[in-house]
Design a protein around this ligand. Structure first.
Ligand code: HEM
Length: 526
């Protein structure tokens, strides 16, 4: 008997718990958010699940393997400005240049926050993160510092030698593989190149392979990048899940908090050097100067410095590496384009030295190849922001705290704006072949935005263009590339936020007979 009562009690207890849990879920996920739209319409919505219910749910779109493609499909079918709802979260999906233009023309400040940092106090995606900083004093201070001192034109000129040395190292490594007839994992080599460049620009020359710091950072970046899909979901569901006591990735974040230990060591080393009449020459020095400046417009903390380091390495490494991989894949699949590129390089640079940054303005076809690679394969296929305040967009009402998803991938393949949008045609970016009127249509200026736009657009675009441009230039100039099979498989990997190839590009370099560039022939790169 006693046993039976216990069982009954347990059952009712479970039942009550179940009811409570359902109630909480209902209020968190299914409660209709308050809005005061006073008769104004939300943008149109595609059919949702459960069909026709007031709590319509487009969750399946977010959970699909290729989110940008699912979004692209529904925008073709239902229009370029859509209102979606995932549980209680309202989302506006923008999929055309003209909608993006309307948003960034009138609402740039309003959409200049990404929403709540999903990872508490962690250096990675936590409250000190620049990437997640709301549009406010800290963001403005740091953004100015980045645009002027860290990644601005003068800073890039000062750090040119770092990139030239790394490009040379990249070339020699490929030459070594070519001599041994070994195959190369392009994205891995490209990621090493970009990781070394960014680490050295931030930490200075002391960050060498000898003490293994760049390697350690690379390992941490790989672990962190694996979390990006969770961040995407975290940005949307973080608050309600936290209320339910569920953390999407707290454990993983802890495991990458080893960044903190490494960065503290590097900070202390820089501080010690600064005492001895040291002149600031890398980003860490400049950030420490701002940290120590009593009169600075904003008082940054050590955590801000460390978080910015993490943001820059994560934002700059894989994006550039994936661009190099996708663009090389397109060149291998389009031998005529590769040939035309080589002709340009040969006529401008010759075959006795490597392509270098200062050649880029004289290599318009190389620039067009990189731009076209980014158009078809933007590493950030979609980007997310939040409407801080309610507003009107194209005559529709947008409630405050609506999440904005801009589908850059769909915009840059829009058949209304791009001829043969699925084809790799760098010529489209050569000025003389354009009608000359396209860019005059203001609503179309945002048809090309691999680096996003507005106040939160990418501050690393100039660095990315030179790093990617010179890497592609050297790979085309110095090697023939052999793959297994006829064509590179251009499928996209599922479940990643940075657009990634489903099968990494593996190919074997062969030194080009016309211009083998033995290292003795190198003209020193200044
Ligand atoms: C091909 C390479 C790259 C691509 C395609 C790319 C793309 C983007 C995009 C689309 C955004 C903005 C997302 C939004 O609007 O919400 C962004 C932001 C950002 N990127 Fe890049 N990026 C690249 C390389 C770099 C590099 C090399 C760095 C620096 C080392 C960098 C640093 C950043 C930072 C710090 C942000 C955040 C800006 C802010 O919140 O104000 N990126 N990037």
């Amino acid at each position: 008997m006693a046993a039976m009562i216990t069982v009954d009690f347990q059952n009712s207890f479970i039942f009550i718990l179940f009811c409570l849990f359902s109630l909480i879920c209902y209020s968190l996920f299914f409660r209709k958010p308050k809005d005061s739209r006073a008769g104004r319409d939300l943008p149109p919505s595609p059919p949702s699940f459960p069909v026709g219910s007031p709590q319509s749910n487009n969750l399946h779109l977010l959970l699909s393997a290729l989110v940008h493609k699912s979004f692209q499909k529904i925008s073709y079918k239902y229009g370029p400005l859509l209102h979606l709802r995932v549980f209680h979260v309202p989302i506006v999906l923008a999929s055309s240049a003209s909608v993006a233009y309307e948003i960034f023309k009138a609402q740039d400040v309003n959409v200049s926050s990404r929403g709540h940092a999903p990872a508490g106090e962690s250096l990675l995606f936590g409250s000190s993160s620049f990437f997640f900083a709301p549009y406010g004093d800290y963001f403005k201070f740091m953004r100015k510092l980045i645009a002027t001192k860290l990644l601005g034109p003068q800073a890039l000129e000062r750090s040119r030698k770092i990139r030239a040395d790394e490009l040379d190292r990249f070339y020699r490594n490929l030459l070594d593989k070519a001599m041994k007839k070994e195959s190369v994992d392009i994205v891995e080599e490209a990621a090493k190149l970009n990781n070394n460049i960014i680490c050295k620009m931030i930490m200075g020359r002391s960050c060498s392979e000898d003490n293994g710091e760049a390697e350690r950072v690379r390992g941490l970046v790989i672990e962190s990048t694996a979390l990006t899909k969770q961040i995407f979901l975290g940005m949307i569901f973080d608050k309600p899940l936290k209320k339910l006591g569920i953390s999407l990735f707290q454990k993983d974040i802890k495991s990458v908090s080893r960044f903190d230990e490494l960065l503290e060591k590097i900070l202390v080393e820089h501080e010690e050097r600064m005492g001895k009449h040291y002149k600031a020459n890398d980003m860490m020095d400049l950030l420490l100067e701002a940290y120590g400046d009593e009169n600075a417009e904003y008082k940054i903390t050590r955590n801000h410095i460390k978080s910015l380091f993490v943001d820059l390495v994560i934002a700059g490494t894989d994006t550039s590496a994936q661009t190099i991989e996708w663009t090389m894949a397109e060149l291998i699949n389009n031998p005529n384009i590769l040939e035309r590129l080589r002709e340009e390089i040969e006529s401008v640079v010759g075959n006795t030295r490597l392509v270098q940054e200062t050649d880029l303005p004289n290599l318009p076809y190389l620039q067009a190849v990189v731009k076209e690679g980014l158009r078809l394969h933007p590493p950030g296929a979609v980007f997310l922001r939040t409407f801080q305040e309610r507003c009107e967009l194209k005559g529709f009402y947008i409630p405050e705290k609506t999440l904005l998803v801009v589908n850059v991938y769909a915009i840059m393949r829009d058949p209304k704006l791009w001829e043969d949008p699925e084809e790799f045609k760098p010529e489209r970016f050569i000025a003389s072949s354009r009608s000359g009127q396209e860019d005059e249509i203001r609503e179309e200026v945002l048809k090309y935005m691999p680096f996003s736009t507005g106040r939160r657009g990418c501050p690393g675009s100039n660095l990315a263009y030179v790093s990617v441009g010179t890497a592609i230039g050297v790979m085309a100039q110095c090697f023939d590339w052999r793959i297994k099979g006829e064509k590179v498989n251009m499928n996209e990997a599922a479940g990643t936020l940075v657009l990634t190839m489903a099968q990494p590009l593996m190919c074997t370099p062969g030194p080009r007979t016309l211009n083998p560039l033995p290292s003795s022939l190198h003209v020193p790169i200044s």
